[in-house]
Design a protein around this ligand. Sequence first.
Ligand SMILES: Cc1cc2nc3c(=O)[nH]c(=O)nc-3n(C[C@H](O)[C@H](O)[C@H](O)COP(=O)(O)OP(=O)(O)OC[C@H]3O[C@@H](n4cnc5c(N)ncnc54)[C@H](O)[C@@H]3O)c2cc1C
Length: 476
Amino acid sequence: MAGDPNILKELQGIVGEEQATSDKHIMYAYSYDMSFVKNKLPAYVVLPENAEEVQQIVKLANKTKTPLIPYVAGTNIGGLCIPEKDNSIVMDLKRMNRIIRIDEDSRYAIIEPGVSHAQLAEELYKRGLRFGWPVGPPSASVLACAICHGIGGITGRYGLNSEQITSMEVVRPTGEVARVGSCAIQEDSWHSLLPLPLLNGLFTGWLGTTGVVTKIGIFTPAIPPEVEIVTTATDTLQDMYKYMLQMGRYEIADDLTAVSWWLSQVPIPYPYKEKPKDAPEWNSYAVLYAYTPKELEAKLEMFEQTVKDQQKAGSSLQVTQYPEEARRARTELPSQIVGSTKNYSKEAGGGISWPGTFTPANRWVDVWEKWRDIYTKRNLSPSVRVTMYRGTHYGMLRAMTPLNKQYPDQVENARMAIVEALQVLLDNGGIPYKPPVDFWKEIFDRADPGFVQLIQDVKDFIDPNNIMNPGKLLYR
Ligand SMILES: Cc1cc2nc3c(=O)[nH]c(=O)nc-3n(C[C@H](O)[C@H](O)[C@H](O)COP(=O)(O)OP(=O)(O)OC[C@H]3O[C@@H](n4cnc5c(N)ncnc54)[C@H](O)[C@@H]3O)c2cc1C
């Protein structure tokens, strides 16, 4: 048996015998994900049921200096839940799946880490509310996505899912429970992080290296009754960018996204396939919500004006038809059309990684041209997506990169494409999200030394024994 039998016994003492194990076949299931990151077995898997059990596990990890990795569905595509160190405990938080409250008037929900997007969607829809559903697996955690600066279908209007967090409860790496936001002042009040110091920043974007978040409040906007999806196509990203810039300026779309031809194929061609000559290189959709038919009409008028302006300026922009069944895919969850990993990676055998980034929108074209060369030279499809966040100044730029994990040379080929793409990206002012360890090296090589020192100081202060997901962020 891997690990120390005394630690296993103590874990079982906290959560019960059924909920903690070192069995090899279970360790195997937690040793890999879909990404290029190398497998590594943990020594223990434990499934707590509540914050008190989390606290006891954290204290045990501290006492024994055992690495501890928070986990919910492991779908982050960056190997973020794969241990870096020997004898690690993976703490699977799936059993903590209570939706504690949905406040319909103030429009926020209080949830535990195990609440999935599908579970939350079901409850919110009954109340005419929604959230930023990612195109990832509906079984993944809303909380894990939000604290990792995840993105969903409301970024055009409201920004990232982390920007929807309204309060937080955390078990610190030394075992104390802390609350941040309004719930720190009045225990039943989860509506706002401001105007207090933004201490949620100590646990957001840190990839499970600074504590275990046991509850969050999240803003859940209403579902307006009117919705229309408008779609366009262009021959170049330059034309698509100009269209998105004008549309973004009007701030009328909840989601404003474009994908390259390769990403619009289901599944993504693997290896690289030539685009048919007459197919446009870029396709976009904009989700327009409205509370009245007149409001929708006004938004459609702005869209039509944008198309006219762009065409007058010589753009290749064309309005395209949107299949009715695809409307659900963009506005509802669970979706049968997007969000299925197999749709992306079936031809490659199930593996997938990405350089997923936040990048100034006016750098998209330069980065895309270099990414396209990098990917095609490596016989991979340049399956790229761009999305505007909160207006126009920056947005997502990412390349879904299928890979076949059966063949190490194919995994390495995809990894190299991603790292080369990342280097171009960083040199153009972009920043990768949910970064695997390979990315941190590139980031820290370029980062302001004061920033690196501050990160280290915060980590040392908050986690003096370096037990939380060690090696993932500071590679030490
Ligand atoms: C095909 C595909 C498409 C995707 N598309 C999107 C997308 O559009 N937008 C998007 O945002 N994501 C996307 N994802 C990524 C992923 O599905 C989501 O981010 C997901 O919500 C992560 O949840 P999880 O339960 O899998 O988290 P995990 O992978 O289990 O955890 C993610 C990270 O959070 C840490 N963590 C988890 N729980 C806690 C906690 N309670 N406290 C502290 N740290 C914690 C973990 O240690 C890890 O570092 C996609 C994934 C796939 C496979």
